[in-house]
Design a protein around this ligand. Structure first.
Ligand code: PGA
Length: 247
């Protein structure tokens, strides 16, 4: 059976002291999980987190990646640099990057492409705003966002991870219900199936106020293959409870 993936998105949180405490707490409790586990940390802490996680079952990820290989792109971080610190995953197209940094579907697709060609697995985020949901546009929006990535990546698409993150559920404490999430995941799975015969092995994560209390019911849905977790990933015990629910 396909392993689930539980990925923490620390966002712009942490410090040398807090990271060490959190990672040591995770390592003390994680054991041999049946799912894959990753933490996507602020890039400035990669060296620290890489050293703390080396040889463990917890893989390292980042929250963004450049669509360029190298050169005159002030402030950007190249995939080859990330690889030097053992980075496995890069979140791409998180709604906060789309909203505050003007990332378009095309930019997101180019970042996913660059990650793939560098041997880093992109976690491609899609999701509708509350206004879009209320206007009945959920399906249209997520399909458009995913279509751009499929278009740019062709048969490599089977190597990506997709995260459905309804914008209205992120950081609000108001998670989508398991049924709401499954409904959208089924749409995304069908879209991926039309693009590649290997769609069944693509992991579809849910993100948006997933926590220790609701994880089991979300992760029990047939097309939910893991979670992208923000707030609850900053508390070792909560993140460990979610990992344990990913069977
Ligand atoms: P949240 O964030 O779990 O705090 O809602 C999820 C995310 O933005 O990836």
């Amino acid at each position: 059976m396909k392993k689930k993936l539980i990925a923490g998105n620390w966002k712009m949180n942490g410090s040398l002291a807090a990271n060490e405490l959190l990672i040591k707490g995770l390592l003390a409790g994680v054991g041999q999980p049946v799912c894959n586990v990753a933490v996507c940390v602020p890039s400035v802490y990669l060296a620290q987190c890489h050293a703390l996680l080396e040889g463990s079952v917890i893989e390292l990820g980042v929250q963004d990646i450049s669509s360029h290989e190298s050169g005159a792109f002030t402030g950007e971080i190249a995939p080859a640099m990330l690889k030097e610190f053992g980075v496995h995953y890069a979140i791409v197209g998180h709604s906060e990057r789309r909203q505050y940094h003007g990332e378009t579907d095309e930019v997101v697709a180019a970042k996913a492409q660059r990650a793939l060609s560098s041997g880093i697995t992109p976690i491609v985020c899609v999701g509708e705003t509350l206004a879009e949901r209320e206007a009945g546009k959920t399906e249209e929006v997520v399909k458009r966002q995913l279509a751009a990535v499929i278009h740019a990546n062709g048969h490599c698409i089977s190597e990506i991870v997709v995260a459905y993150e309804p914008v209205w559920a992120i950081g609000t404490g108001l998670s989508a219900t398991a049924e709401q999430a499954q409904q959208v995941h089924a749409v995304l799975r069908a879209q991926l199936k039309a693009a590649t015969p290997s769609a069944d092995r693509i992991k579809l994560l849910y993100g948006g106020s997933m926590n220790a209390a609701n994880a089991a019911s979300l992760l029990g849905q047939p097309d939910i293959d893991g979670g992208l977790i923000g707030g609850a990933a900053l508390k070792a015990q909560d993140f460990l409870t979610i990992i344990a629910a990913a069977v």
